[in-house]
Design a protein around this ligand. Structure first.
Ligand SMILES: *Cc1c(COP(=O)(O)O)cnc(C)c1O
Length: 489
């Protein structure tokens, strides 16, 4: 093991320090001594290392990261597009970054204007009346949107509407958010082509239904062509339609969820509107609603007065606060910078290019990988493992082998519709050359699976670790050095 691959505690040597103020500073007064009663009695259990070792340790660790800035990242559903660096520069502008959330609105007009303009832009892009930018992530947006849905029925005295219909292909956060919002989940089946089975939906629509959660294109990347009929059925039954905006990317500027009949939606700004994500955030999950639901949006609200000044409101009919202040403001700034740097015309190109890239990969590989759903996909698609299953090489094996060639693996074993799901989303930001390299490697792995399946099963061989005990890591995680030492005893 290389020195800096060790745990920082293993680099520790008793008495070694990072930095200590000198006693004699050429006569300049040093900091006064810390009073004795404030000094700790026992030494902290911290690694004793010098500054250079710390810098080398963490710099070496950071080089082991894989990110969209280091390579192709076709992780389906996650929209790992390239995030332009101008977004970061703008989000770091001290005029915004050093604002205090409690300072008077009159002194933060620029930030409020940005918030207001962004919510207007999102409303225009999605065809809904108004947005709140307060939720912190997609799942938080789902919860907020479902609280709006629930509040809407309660405010009309329609209290028996407690069920939310969720497709069997849905992302796990959908049923989870419904449960947290105090609603009951009812599953609707998909047809073999992955779209909602309208005949299965019909009998579920009674007066206990609060609404339906959907995404379009759906989880397998296909456009729900029966969406207008579904919207009509749900509305006639007194329910609302919730749109999971994680799949908004292919529709940007082309098709609007509001026009499809959706009443409530969230947008994952960190996916569609380019903020680095993965590893837990931070993200942002703005929620938009149709005109009849605007009053229920969470507090605080940013409004523009007749005099052109911006102010912060709290509304009585609102469902309350879902976050402290105005959400992850830095992420909102990145999304705003991204939208303004593209402009309306280029935003319209995002969806078609993402769609073209996905279809190009799909068509170039479908002779070697099993394509369960034929036809034009949107921004992503699903293979059901290798076409030739006789080699015993699984989706997990292929995913791990890809790491040897410097590609991030696709999303695997989701959706649950197929046994060997491999969900590929290239996004619009990748060049033809990168797509071709990926296709070449995928074809090579399929060939290797036929010729030398054991070699593929042993992959990856170029990474730091190869086959970690994933179940053990989840069930008995070792999260501190103290725990590691205790386990070793
Ligand atoms: C990512 C994703 C979510 C959850 O969003 P977070 O921002 O990660 O909380 C919900 N639904 C779908 C389809 C997603 O891809």
């Amino acid at each position: 093991m290389k020195k800096y691959d060790k745990l920082i505690f293993e680099l520790s040597r008793p008495g070694r320090t990072g930095y200590q103020l000198p006693a004699d500073n050429y006569g300049v007064d040093a900091l006064s001594e810390i009073p004795a009663d404030l000094l700790r009695k026992n030494a902290p259990e911290l690694p004793e290392v010098n500054e250079m070792d710390v810098v080398r340790h963490y710099t070496n660790l950071s080089n082991k990261n894989f990110g969209v800035d280091t390579g192709f990242y076709p992780l389906g559903s996650c929209t790992m597009k390239y995030n332009p660096k101008i977004n970061e520069e703008i989000a770091a502008m001290p005029e915004f970054a050093s604002l205090h959330p409690l300072q008077p609105a009159e002194t933060a007009q620029g930030a409020l204007e940005l918030y207001y303009n962004l919510q207007q832009a999102l409303a225009s892009i999605s065809g809904l009346a108004e947005f709140t930018l307060n939720p912190y992530a997609g799942a938080h947006g789902e919860l907020t949107g479902l609280m709006v849905m629930r509040q809407y029925h309660i405010s009309r005295g329609d209290t028996k509407r407690t069920k939310v219909i969720v497709p069997d292909t849905a992302h796990g956060t959908n049923p989870a958010s419904a449960m947290v919002a105090g609603l009951e989940v009812v599953e609707v089946k998909s047809k073999p082509n992955g779209s909602i089975d309208v005949e299965d939906l019909r009998p579920l629509l009674d007066d206990s239904v609060a609404g339906i959660m959907m995404t379009n294109p759906n989880t397998v990347g296909m456009f729900e062509t029966e969406i207008l009929e579904i919207a009509d059925l749900v509305h006639k039954a007194g329910g609302l339609l919730y749109y999971d905006g994680a799949n908004l990317n292919p529709l940007l500027g082309k098709v609007r969820p509001g026009d499809m009949g959706f009443d409530i939606m969230h947008i994952n700004l960190h996916k569609t509107f380019s903020t680095p994500h993965g590893g837990g955030g931070p993200g942002a999950g703005p929620v938009g609603v149709a005109a009849h639901l605007v009053d229920l949006l969470p507090n605080p609200r940013v409004r523009k007065g007749d005099d052109g000044r911006f102010h912060v409101d709290t509304d009585d009919r609102s469902l309350g606060n879902v976050s402290t202040f105005f959400g992850n403001f830095g992420v909102l700034m990145k999304a705003y910078a991204y939208i303004l740097s593209l402009g309306r015309d280029n935003i319209r190109n995002v969806g078609p290019m993402a769609t073209l890239n996905a279809n190009y990969i799909k068509e170039s590989l479908k002779d070697l990988y099993k394509l369960p759903i034929e036809g034009v996909c949107k921004h992503e698609f699903v293979f059901d493992g290798l076409a030739d299953k006789s080699t015993g090489v699984t989706t997990l094996n292929v995913a791990k082998r890809l790491l040897d060639f410097g590609f991030h693996a696709p999303t695997i074993y989701f959706p649950l519709l197929f046994h060997e799901s491999m969900m590929i989303e290239p996004t619009e930001t990748e060049s033809l050359e990168t797509l071709d390299e990926f296709i070449d490697v995928m074809r090579r792995v399929a060939r290797e699976a036929a010729e030398d399946p054991d070699m593929v099963k042993a992959a990856p061989v170029t990474t730091e670790i190869s086959h970690p005990d994933e179940t053990g890591a989840a069930k008995n995680p070792v999260l501190s050095y103290r725990q590691l030492k205790a386990n070793a005893k």
